[in-house]
Structures are given as structure tokens and as C-alpha cells.
Design a binder for this molecule. Sequence first.
Ligand code: FES
Length: 342
Amino acid sequence: MTEHTITIAGRDDTVTAAADQTMLDAMLRAGVWMPNSCNQGTCGTCKLKVLCGEVDHRDSPLSTLTDQDRADGYTLTCQAVATSDVTVEAADGGTDAVHHPLIDFTAIVTRVDDVAQDTRIVYLRPDREFEFSAGQSVSLHVPGAPGERRQYSIASLPTDPEIELHIRREAGGVASDQWANGTIRVGESVELSGPLGDFVYDPSDTDGGLLLLGGGTGIAPLKGIARAALADNPEREVIVYHGVRTCAYLYDQQFWADLAAAHPNFTFRPAVSREHHEGCMGYVSDRLLEDLSTCRGMTGYLCGSDRFVDGVAAAAKRRRLAPRRTFRERFTPARTRDLVAG
Ligand code: FES
């Protein structure tokens, strides 16, 4: 089968891609960082300019890669394959976090906990060492649905024996409903690929406090980030808000209470938007504005729906959270039916 090389302009990185391998997949497997988030062609994070050579955009949707983008030489590296040797521009951004190569592996389902309304935590024990950074995601090859993959944020740390995924049931979803709330069995073997995503705790960013804002199961990657940050510096200021609609969607309360008991500068604040809950009522954005006079000098990690992320980002910005220190992870509707991430 024909292989092609992908060269990153201005860097020494050159990787080889198989004929049917997406450019992003080839680069991540070679340990070469490229921005990515949804890995299904819908977020645009992986859009890069091809400086020379030919690519096939394959399933890239016009809503993400417009005709003008194509005319200007851009491609979605999570969808496109190289059809000749190519050179792409180096991506902007990225943190100093360690980037671990993408791998495929098998894991065994060890536990399934119902933790809140329509919310399950699934624990998976990998069959090999799986390195990732706190906050990243893994792609699940949905059992019983050939070709279907769903991306979930990892709530655990690489040092944990199991991968922890928080899965919110979406009616009819092939992963969240038919598998995670249907056919899933303890002892079952599942196929995974990872790590993925740029929502990454950066251990070199040690200045100031951390502001972690999660909506619904968007709290999942923040659990790992909070643990990683407090393991690095038990005295660091870490403030977590968990936004939910009703109390029935709150979970992991004891985990957060234990973290608060163990760390003097850690604070957990639930925010319930549509139901009276003593001391916790309201949207995260409103609570944040009421509680904090400034976020200057902090680093923010925001995860949830588009609406949640946009709302809390605006509030945090009003409190002087610097845009360059604001990291966002958005739930991305699957190109079929399910929800991915978180
Ligand atoms: S469009 Fe490629 S990572 Fe989202």
C-alpha cells in the first residue's frame, strides 16, 4: 500500500502515513503533537494549511471546512489523508504538557456505578500501560456497533489502575444508551484508542490558582486535573464549580468533600440552576461572579456544553481570567446521534 510522508514546516518532524490513515492519526501515533478535540470533523480544531502536496478531504463537512477553506489550502487533519508527500504548517498554541503517542488497546470493564440521574461511571482496566495527561480523552470503539466510536474525557489519572469514564445517557445513543445503559457487562472486553485532545493539565504551569468549571459530566476531566494539580502542590488554590440543572444530577459529592478536607486551599461549589438547593442555587456563571472578586493570575479549565462553556467563559473573563490561560473543552454532538466527550 502506498505511504506518504507528512512534514511539519519549520520543524524537524516528518512522519509516514499509510494510504488510508488520516494525517492526524499518523502524527499522533508518531508522538508529533497536532491540535485536536472532537476527532470527527465537527469542531475545526485540527484545521491546518497544506503548504505543498495533495490531500483528500474525505468526509470533511462543509460546515467545518468551507469551500473557501479548501480553496485557501486548508484541511481537517482528523479527516484528510495525504495522496502525495505533503508539508503542512506548524500549528499555533499547545501547552508545554507532555504529549503521549496515540495507541490502540483493550480494556476490561471492572465496574459500573449509577451515580446520578442518567449518569453512570464506567471503570476500565487496560491490558497494557496507557500513558496520558490529566484531562485528555479516549476513543471507545462502541461494542455491538461496528465502525462507531465515541470520545469520552478521562476522569482518572495515569497512575490509577483503571480508566474512569462518566457517561450521561442520551436516549437512543449507541454508546451512552444502548451500550453503557444496555448491554454493558462487568468482565466485558472493549477496544479503545487514546489519548486524544488538547484539554490537558500542564504541570509546568504552577503560577496562581486553578479555576475548574464543569457542566454536567463536563466535571469528569476536571476531576483528574484537580487531583493532578493537588498531587503536584497540595497547597495550591483550586476552585471547582459543578453546574447541574437539578440535584438529581449531582454526583461525586463525597469525593469533592474529601478533597476539600485534605487540602486547605481547595473549594468545591455545586451550582443547581433549576431547583432550590440550599446555598447552591443558580448558574455557575452567576455564582462565580458573586463569589469571586477577581480571577486574575488563575488558569481556567472549562468543560461542558457550548452554552455552558460560553457562559462561564464570559463570566470568568469579566473577573479577569486571562484568555491565554483559559482552556475549553466542549461536548460535541456525534455526527450520528450520541454525545461525545465528557
Ligand atoms: S474537526 Fe478535527 S479535531 Fe475536530
